[in-house]
Design a protein around this ligand. Structure first.
Ligand SMILES: CCCCCCCC(=O)SCCNC(=O)CCNC(=O)[C@H](O)C(C)(C)COP(=O)(O)OP(=O)(O)OC[C@H]1O[C@@H](n2cnc3c(N)ncnc32)[C@H](O)[C@@H]1OP(=O)(O)O
Length: 257
């Protein structure tokens, strides 16, 4: 028992060192990643479960729960169906990927458990820190790899109220930052938001379901430019449009380097 525990601690320590070494590089390079990471997009890779050393798995917040409205479920089913295509009677991976989502950014990456203890043991990802299903940000992101775009299906809960009965502008900005940031991370590796420009065109009723569409505009050196449109679920109404600039960072930047 004690020996098993020591093996786990030693493994985590080794993985932690690997991650810290990776953190010193300008950007993640496939050649330096464990083989199990290499078939997944960066956003997914950071959260891979393949080397999860414990028996209990963390909750994936992007899966349907009882708070989802029929509209939210319908849109989830629509995009989820695009993740798998049938060719000559065989099921194959489609152009779309559903991205899993956890409530901590570091803990569930290889070695991240060590790092999250070193940094902020109580830290929780802002958009996933409300445990009550449906009260805050209910969302799922689907990535379209060939088109370098993504769609987020977002249902805003009662804790996100701003103007009476409508979603707070800061909550909308949070979702835009998260989804554009997710796409930029997938395309360019570790990034931070340098600039977000937002035009609020029409209010979003609380409890409604909207789509957050994001697409790559261009990459210039360390700069990744993403455009974003938040629309009603039938795409007929534009709620917000935005642009985001993301700068590739050396992960050491997060550690004060
Ligand atoms: C999975 C969940 C995803 C969630 C995604 C959420 C992402 C986030 O919210 S990140 C948190 C919010 N963002 C931050 O806190 C970032 C704070 N800012 C910083 O750390 C730094 O300013 C940082 C990293 C953005 C840029 O710093 P640095 O790497 O030193 O870049 P710097 O040398 O100043 O500038 C590089 C280039 O970018 C340009 N640039 C930098 N900032 C800006 C800006 N705000 N607007 C326009 N251009 C800019 C510079 O002009 C320069 O251009 P050029 O090379 O053509 O001369």
């Amino acid at each position: 028992m004690l020996r098993q525990g020591l093996y786990v601690v030693r493994g985590l320590y080794r993985d932690g060192l690997k991650l810290i070494r990776l953190a010193g590089q300008q950007s993640f390079n496939r050649a330096h990643l464990p083989a199990s990471y290499c078939h997944q997009p960066i956003g997914v890779r950071a959260l891979t479960m393949s080397s999860w050393p414990f028996s209990s798995k963390p909750r994936d917040y992007s899966l349907p729960n009882e708070s989802w409205s029929p509209e939210m479920q319908k849109l989830y089913d629509h995009y989820n169906a695009l993740c798998e295509v049938e060719e000559e009677g065989e099921k194959k991976r489609g152009a779309w990927w559903r991205l899993p989502s956890y409530n901590r950014t570091l803990k569930y990456a290889t070695g991240g458990r060590c790092l999250s203890k070193l940094l902020q043991a109580k830290a929780r990802l802002f958009t996933r820190n409300i445990e009550e299903p449906g009260a805050g940000f209910e969302y799922v992101v689907f990535l379209n790899k060939p088109e370098k775009s993504c769609v987020c299906v977002f249902q805003a809960g009662h804790l996100l109220e701003g103007p009476p009965g409508h979603v707070h502008g800061g909550a909308i900005a949070t979702m835009i930052d998260s989804v554009t940031g997710t796409l930029a991370t997938y395309l360019s590796g570790p990034v931070m938001t340098a600039n977000l420009n937002m035009n609020y065109r029409s209010p979003i009723p609380l409890g409604s379901v909207v789509l957050v569409h994001c697409a790559l505009e261009k990459v210039e050196g360390r700069k990744t430019f993403i455009s974003c449109r938040v629309t009603s679920s039938d795409r007929a109404k534009l709620h917000t449009d935005a642009t985001g600039l993301f700068l590739t960072i050396n992960v050491g930047h997060l550690f004060g380097a």
